[in-house]
Design a protein around this ligand. Sequence first.
Ligand code: CA
Length: 234
Amino acid sequence: MTKILAVEDEPEIVLALRLVFERAGYEFISSSDGRAGLRLVHQEKPDLVLLDIGLPGMDGWTVLERIRDLADLPVLMLSAQGQEADKVRGLRAGADDYVTKPFTNNELLARAEALLRRAGRTAGPGPDWESGYDDGLVRIDHRARTVQITEQGGDRAVELTNTEFRLLNVLAKHAGAVLSARQLLTQAWDDPTGLGPERVKFAMLRLRRKLRWDNTNSPIKAVRGVGYRYDRPG
Ligand code: CA
């Protein structure tokens, strides 16, 4: 799974970043100070770093410098409002992009994903992912928010709730990988707080029923004690 590291000392921003990136299917780790953040770059080898400038101890500039000594991984700087000069300094110092707080989730995610694509670090979703998904059995149109299933005798459109739609997307996006109930809750539910694995089980049953997949023909496999996996056909 593609791994995002945020080095940011404001807990509310870290929480917001976590939700955005986990929901989009990324692994998310964070550190609230520069030195520990650098250690995580070493140990965890993230695919992208979101780096705050104003940090306790070692500031973002120094962290950026040290990262550049270590690795050629994309760095997206986060900075306080009205610090236009920071942008020039950041880009000169080797940051790959720059976002000013407050940012919208969509803007940040789009910028981060553009950097990941440029660096060739996106795992999982293929080039077809942006416009839609099609593996011959399942066809998902993200813009129209529709799902079609190939069956004997032709294609059938399936009506899904928002949660079921996201659930199918998450599974297909990570085809071949087992996802735990917790990972599915984080990525497919609007508000995963307070929800248990039972919710995932029942949603999975509903989803499979709507897709008319039973135990013999379902590409969604339950892996006992671990989670669920979607297998692409063929
Ligand atoms: Ca800060």
